[in-house]
Design a protein around this ligand. Sequence first.
Ligand code: NOJ
Length: 749
Amino acid sequence: MKLSQLFLLSSILVSIPSFAHAEEATWKDTSLSPEARAKALVKAMTQDEKIQLVHSLYAIPNGPKNLPMPKGALGSAAYVPSIERLGIPAQQITDAGLGVANPGNVRPGDAATSLPSGQILSGTFDPKLAYEAGKMTGAEAFHRGFNVLLGGGVVLARDPRIGRNFEYLGEDPVLAGNIVAEQVKGVQSEHVVSTVKHLAFNNIETNRKKIDMKIGEKEGRESDLLAFEIAIKKGNPGSIMCAYNKVNGDYSCENSYLLQLPKKDWGYQGYVMTDWGGGHSTVKAANAGLDQESAADQFDNKIYFGKDLQEAVAKGEVQQSRLDDMAYRVLYALIQVGAYDHPATKSDQPEDVAAHEAISQKIAENGIVLLQNKQNILPLSTTVKNIAIIGGHANEGVLSGGGSSQVTARGGNIKLKTGMQTWPGPVSYFPSSPMKAIEALAPEAKVKFAAGDNIHEAVKLASQSDVVIVFATKWSAESFDNANLSLPGNQDHLIESVAKAGKPVIVVLETGNPVEMPWLNNVDAVVEAWFPGTSGGPAIANILFGKVNPSGRLSITWPKSLAQVPYPKITNAGQRWNEDDPVKEDKPDLSGIATFNLDVDKANVGYRWYEAKKITPLYPFGYGLSYTTFKYTKITLNNNLSEKNPTITAEVTVENTGKRDGEDAVQVYGTMPDGSPSRLVGFNKVALKAGESKTVSIPLALQAIANYESKAHRWEMPAGEYTITAKSNALSTEGVKTTVHLNQLNLAD
Ligand code: NOJ
């Protein structure tokens, strides 16, 4: 080697540290974009480090394969170790959408705030509350040292038996998508990655790990995928969780159509993780677009995104650029939400528990639905003398939903000896007693309780009282669907019998779904409190006594019976088994439900199905009563129909025509020129004093009144006349309407 060559080599060698230093300056430089910083980090990573980043480990002992908890894990759904030399924090990954879970008490005594169920959050029709909900949960996650939250469920509720409807946000893509987008933004404002899930068509739980959901592209894009599109474009979640089920033949987590859609069509930069046990391959999944395998060590048949992935890259079966992209996406998410620059560590400082519980309560108060109120029996007077409270364990607490989203409440969940004791149970009540809250609001009343199992005793108590409040419950949980819409046990009979005592009867439902109410005509009032969260007791009492004027609306259409729903028979619905525990438990044979064709409702999910088929449900989407009345008096449209960014905003004038202050969920529906069933195109919540009138500006979601054209691969609004109506529920024939004539308009994807 010549001296000059030697000199050149040594100068290159000398320059390596300063080159590395310059790169480090790039990824640490907060003035640079998350993209630039994540790219610089990927460049600096070894192959082993990249592989480490793209699969997580289960972080609860006694998991399916009985492995110990990984060192450094806090104890939760999953964990990815840190890469200290690059400042990449460990990923501490926790469930879920309603609050920070503590499965199996893995973090002894760690309790948290649970939000009310998803139907309540979406039933508020209030994006601001959704943001607050997310921010509160994000803060509780961060406080405990978590930086990835598995919350943001946005599967559409296509059927009223589905076990996880309580985790989702109802049947409408515009409502669900916008509510979850705000929730995601709230979570991520606390430097915690939020996870929109489960992509896609996880519409039934029965046989969810094997079932093949069939749907056409157009129908899919106009229904569930529209909810995801809105959620992802507006909320920009750090991660997406792909679903257990197959879609059109391929498992969701190796389905290139589903995995590429957000990345190619919606500009998504974050990562896609599997559901727990949702990984099925290395090469196919990696090339389809999966970025991270979750709890890979215990839930999948083997770790697909470990050594196997490394070998696949070495063999060229998966391109190096694909592995780099996976790592990039995880890092982008961590940087984008601030989890890289503000690493979460378990805090010893006290949390603002009162503020967090107040948020949960406010959401419950805004989302619980008053279904019936004959002769304005509600609100109750605080001077009522004798109150009978019957059933539902209302003396102790409120029911919550089961499965991975189950939160442990402060004070400990009440686990009764009845019902399901193992996962997805035990059936748990939060210790927020409606009875105690009622006693506090009506201090002079004699409030007595009957459990309801002895009907004779309950009727006796009812007949000695001035008013009877019956609490009826129906649990639902992840991993199975309900077999029917009936209240379990003797509850229908109990309500019928108590109603015969001749006293005013109010039924408060705590259910995960709509239920049949054969006694409806015999009771005075019905309040659907869903699963009302860790402050559910006071929220229910405040509504019953009018401290809060109910303003919640249904985010799922309430059928009269299963005969009205698109899929009256779901084979094996009601079967349940611990399918997350493949080693220990036997499973029933569910081969009878291997595929599920979404070819009945297609894109006409929920109220659109009822409108298309001219079926009158018991209560439609958007329905809910108040202690006051509202009237829509005017609607006008402001159009900006530029090809690039067409927008239409509705100005809706709404008046409180009653005697109480209250809040209205203003709903705007659109109908296309072909007269196909209308769809919610915008909404907002507005507070109005008695007699007050306000004009609310509501931007319209134009995709909801457009066709997805698969061939052209775009959304098209056909030429013609569109009708835009503000009304109090999806199927109401009242309200105010206007029309707009459009030339054909293509929407940017
Ligand atoms: C399975 C559930 O489907 C998913 O929603 C949850 O986040 C994971 N388990 C982790 O617990």
